[in-house]
Design a protein around this ligand. Structure first.
Ligand SMILES: Nc1nc2c(ncn2[C@@H]2O[C@H](COP(=O)(O)OP(=O)(O)OP(=O)(O)O)[C@@H](O)[C@H]2O)c(=O)[nH]1
Length: 490
């Protein structure tokens, strides 16, 4: 072997090994009832040999299990057979299944297709790298396809595979496949997704799932589903600064004080300067401790205790962040959300908003709702179950976020109804609101203005202000926070 060929082979082997060792690709499958989702997942597990031999033998041996024309078990029933595993756990809304090829491993979130399960779909989509959207070739795109594609895109998924299933039932008609693909590409484009791979599939017959469907569809030159998945990219590491939502302040003795939490973005090392929000106090990192050792650095996903170089006031729910790439704090934000409650999200109603380790009061004002048929936003005052809407969030106390596009942990939230304790919406922050800060002021109809403490005191002492006291409430903030209030992120 020549040196060049040898180098090329070695680099290929290394690349393959790197892919195998990389974190699994996470995907979500969505489709309407009966599009064939269970059959497709069953087929993927079967043909990649993810089904354990004993389960396979049991299924093959069961007379009662319907077999398809290939003499294999009904793949949808195969999934039902695996259902027992799911039921052993506590309530799992989303079942995760694992399979792999020699190139890559995968985790598929299996979520129910009914409209009332939109919430599960949103949960599965929030961690997925890619969405496989199923349509029945006979029916084409349905409203549910639009809903799922929209939620997947809102959850930050930027790669879609369109599986045009049951292609055998339309005589492998190329023009039907192409018509649906074109329509779907337009839908995806309107959602900002350009990476779309349409594949004609027969999940039942196993064509273009793991094995090629070339014999029935010589006109299709693209990859089968599994190859498209092997080639897919993962969501890249987020390019924002260090984020540590503080879950606990640890004080085992007088001489030690550490702040515990799971890093929600970026990285940190001893010596880094950090800011504590909402107070705006700045400090340096002295030490990073994990459960067993002192570390030189920590990255997103690590559970750590952070020790700072000076005594500072930090409480549960605060955020410790990079000084030079801090998140945004403020009293008003814009967001998109998916309404998950039978009770509509009503204007002015107060909810608990939970994000990272913070839980705070918020007033929600719906602005517009997405019409899933036309893809247009129209004005709306409330958001009924399953609606996707744009809202304005007004807080009583400073809230701290990143835009969801920049950080999926510190940019996502859920809303909890204080009366019922139900989760009523899942949402993502799009921007800090350009509106006047303080719509969320506890006192209705008063405007709340955040000012650096020295200016606030001066103003409060002035005679001129006395006449405005009923209309304006002044809130003292640090200089840093006052700056960010004046600095919208969009
Ligand atoms: N001919 C043909 N039938 C299919 C194909 N894929 C699925 N089916 C059939 O379509 C029916 C519905 O398939 P399922 O896999 O149960 O559909 P699903 O989308 O998972 O439905 P739910 O589990 O109810 O959400 C079953 O009778 C399958 O055998 C296909 O590619 N070709």
């Amino acid at each position: 072997m020549s040196a060049t060929v040898e180098t090329a082979v070695r680099s290929q082997v290394e690349t393959d090994a790197a892919i195998r060792n990389a974190r699994p690709l996470r995907l979500i499958t969505c489709g309407s009832v009966d599009d064939g989702k269970s059959t497709l997942i069953g087929r993927l597990l079967w043909d990649t040999k993810a089904v354990k031999e004993d389960q396979a033998a049991a299924l093959k041996g069961q007379k009662s299990i319907q077999q398809n024309e290939l003499g294999l078990p009904d793949f949808a029933l195969l999934l039902d057979g695996l259902q027992a595993e799911r039921e052993q756990g506590i309530t799992i809304d989303v079942a995760y299944r694992y399979f792999s090829t020699d190139k890559r491993s995968f985790i598929v979130a299996d979520t129910p297709g009914h409209e009332q399960y939109t919430r599960n779909m949103a949960t599965g989509a929030s961690t997925a790298d890619l969405a496989v959207l199923l349509v029945d070739a006979r029916a084409g795109l349905l409203e549910q396809t639009r809903r799922h594609a929209t939620i997947a895109s809102l959850m930050g998924i930027r790669q879609f595979v369109l599986a045009v299933n049951k292609i055998d039932l339309v005589d492998y008609d190329r023009s039907i496949f192409e018509h649906i693909s074109t329509e779907f590409r337009q839908l995806a484009l309107s959602l900002g997704v350009t990476n779309v791979t349409p594949i004609p599939v027969s999940a039942l017959l196993g064509e273009n799932v793991v094995h090629s469907g070339h014999q029935s569809m010589p006109w299709y030159s693209g990859p089968p589903l599994i190859e498209a998945l092997e080639l897919a990219t993962q969501r890249t590491a987020q390019a924002v600064g260090f984020r540590l939502p503080v879950q606990r302040v640890s004080r085992p003795n007088e001489s030690f004080r550490g702040y515990q939490g799971t890093v929600a973005g970026g990285s940190v090392k001893p010596g880094d300067s950090v800011v504590i929000l909402p107070s705006g106090t700045v400090a340096n990192v002295r030490q990073i401790v994990t459960f067993d050792l002192v570390r030189n650095a920590a990255v997103a996903g690590d559970a750590i205790t952070l020790v700072l170089d000076r005594p500072v006031d930090v409480a549960r729910g605060d955020m410790i962040a990079s000084v030079d790439a801090a998140p945004v704090s403020g009293l008003a934000f814009d967001a998109k959300l998916v309404a998950l409650s039978e009770d509509a999200i009503a204007p002015g109603k107060r909810y608990w908003l939970k994000s990272s380790s913070r839980r705070q009061r918020v007033r929600v004002e719906p602005q517009s709702v997405l019409d899933l048929k036309s893809g247009q936003w129209s004005e709306a005052e409330s958001l009924p179950l399953n609606a996707i809407g744009k809202v304005h969030l007004a807080f009583d106390e400073t809230a701290i976020f990143d835009p969801y596009e920049a950080n999926r942990e510190t940019g996502a939230f859920i809303l909890i109804d204080p009366d019922t304790n139900n989760t009523v919406a899942g949402g993502m922050i799009t921007a800090k609101s350009g509106r006047i800060d303080g719509i969320g002021s506890g006192a209705k109809d008063r405007v709340l203005i955040s000012l650096p403490a020295d200016i606030a005191d001066e103003l409060l002492a002035s005679e001129a202000f006395a006449t405005l006291r009923d209309q304006i409430e002044i809130r003292r903030v640090s200089a840093q926070e006052a700056r960010s209030v004046l600095d919208p992120i969009d």
